[in-house]
Design a protein. Structure first.
Lengths: 383, 140
């Protein structure tokens, strides 16, 4: 893709260097507004912030290794009705993949958006991040600590905390389908940042004197990405294998989901679950008292409420083909259910049936929205 | 187990399989009475939620009946049903639930005999599988 350049990092501070870069983007009207993670006044976390005034760029940190919300939903709000100007959004790879899926479900329009993807070494749970920032004297060092491994791809979480499991098994450390890529891997982030632009932007960047780009890419970055992806796939397969040997029967699945309290947080956090009126928010699955009593009669007794398995299986059947594996469902679960692993492990098989990779391209139709006349003759059991 | 009579919930499309079932009746085809038919406008309107709800509530089998490929009254509903069905089967397969309890069959309005044969065959197969374990699970 496109043209690239290397941004020189000043004062060994990549975050400040990127702030200056964003300042340019806003001031020179590459974007009219910028969605970017900014440190909360509490100092213990980051939130996506829609910035119009360059003064507000203070304390933004596009590299903050935490993901409190899935920005794909925010992008939907910012683009489904005409924003009337160009909106830039600084996103991690999983967020862009979710955006691509939402484009296909007509929840995002790309025409006024400039997607700015950052290389992602992984993220901490928001709560872990908050704890770390309280333990540390200066918050930015959490970012810096994780970035140390970016150059050679040896990512080491700091201070005894782990990265989110979804990040540990994520095969996409680098963003795809971004208009602007902020590359960290294969470079020393204290010295330089690799920037890649789509062709049409490269011209505009040169014209406005922001950045002069050339054709060459970054072989060192490609190499690190390749190695990192390989490692994560290995870890992913271990996690999937462990899950599959644990869940071999429906009873095993019930046992795995035993602590589910039906809060529906996984659904609320999921960027793909976009339905305005979810069936679980309607009376469609409510029953009259005598129905519960009939179940109780037949079984001797029945757990209340009765729809744990139904909820998870229906969510699987409705959106697993588009699960991009951000793991926000895991983060949202108050009881540590392995929902993300369930969705990713089942998703791998189901997506594989259609050779479909969610988030890969806006041109690929989601499996549930299309069909081929000559497919599935045997597999579906149809005569 | 010998006297186990499976209970089948069938979602039949208005234009083909439901009419095929009607024909089975008017032409006095014999088939076992283990089936409870729910009339749908199209097999493409069968959301996986209906199938799952039936299975979790203890149905021993679920039959979805639609028009033959190319014959859908709404052009493509049956093709979409087929995809959804394949996805659901794979999900059930992945979580260790017997996918053999759900059947998708194309039966046209003129195939009364095929409808009767399909139900007969399904009842036989389900008898071999035994009752749906969900019937007895109190934690669902």
């Amino acid at each position: 893709m496109g043209k690239s350049a290397v941004l020189e990092v000043k004062n060994n501070d990549p975050v400040e260097t990127l702030r200056v870069f964003f300042h340019d983007l806003l001031e020179k009207k590459i974007v009219d507004a910028l969605l970017v993670p900014k440190k909360l006044p509490s100092g213990d976390g980051y939130c996506q912030t829609l910035i119009r005034d360059t003064e507000m760029l203070r304390d933004v940190n596009p590299l903050a290794p935490t993901l409190p919300v899935q920005s794909a939903r925010l992008i939907s709000h910012l683009s489904i009705t005409d924003p009337g100007c160009r909106v830039g959004a600084v996103l991690k790879s999983c967020e862009i993949r979710a955006v691509i899926e939402l484009v296909k479900f007509l929840q995002v329009k790309l025409d006024k958006l400039i997607l700015i993807g950052v290389d992602c070494p992984g993220t901490y749970e928001p709560l872990d991040y908050a704890k770390m920032s309280r333990e540390k004297e200066e918050g930015a060092s959490i970012t810096g600590g994780l970035l140390k491994g970016a150059r050679d791809g040896k990512i080491e979480p700091q201070d005894g905390y782990n990265l989110r499991l979804a990040c540990q098994i994520c095969e996409y450390p680098n963003p795809q389908n971004a208009d602007i890529i902020i590359g960290l891997f294969g470079h020393d982030p204290q010295k330089e940042i690799f920037i890649q632009l789509r062709d049409h932007l490269a011209g505009e960047f040169a014209e406005k004197g922001i950045l002069a780009t050339a054709e060459e890419g970054s072989p060192s970055r490609d190499l690190v990405i390749e190695r990192l992806t390989e490692e994560r796939i290995k870890r992913r397969d271990e996690v999937f294998d462990a899950f599959r040997s644990r869940v071999e029967s429906l009873q095993d699945l019930m046992d795995t989901l035993s602590t589910c309290i039906r809060c529906h947080n996984c659904m609320v956090a999921c960027p793909i679950c976009y339905c305005k009126e979810c069936v679980f928010r309607t009376p469609a699955l409510e029953h009259k008292a005598d129905q519960f009593l009939r179940w109780a009669d037949r079984k001797g007794g029945v757990r209340m409420p009765t729809d744990t398995l139904l909820f998870h299986l229906i969510r699987l059947s409705h959106m697993v083909t588009s699960c991009i594996g951000c793991g926000l469902c895991d983060s949202a679960c108050p009881n540590d259910l392995p929902v993300a692993t369930l969705f990713r492990a089942v998703g791998q098989k189901v997506q594989g049936m259609f050779d479909y990779t969610p988030g890969r391209s806006v041109d690929e139709e989601p499996p549930v929205a299309t069909f081929r006349e000559d497919e599935l003759q045997v597999e579906s059991g149809a005569l | 187990m010998g006297d186990f009579e499976p209970r089948i919930i069938a979602f039949l499309c208005h234009w083909c399989t439901y009419t095929g079932a009607d024909l089975a009746g008017t032409t006095r085809q014999q088939y076992p009475p283990n089936i409870r038919i729910i009339h749908m406008m199209c097999s493409g309107a069968v959301d996986s939620i209906y199938v799952l709800k039936a299975l979790i509530d203890g149905a021993d089998g679920v039959l979805i009946g639609g028009c033959h490929p190319g014959d859908c009254h709404y052009q493509t509903g049956n093709y979409k049903a087929r995809r959804r069905f394949a996805i659901l089967k794979e999900i059930l397969n992945q979580v260790g639930f017997s996918e053999d309890r759900i059947w998708l069959r194309w039966i046209s309005a003129s195939e009364g005999k095929l409808f009767a044969d399909t139900v007969t065959q399904m009842v036989e197969e389900l008898k071999k599988l035994g009752p749906n374990p969900m019937k007895k699970l109190w934690v669902v």
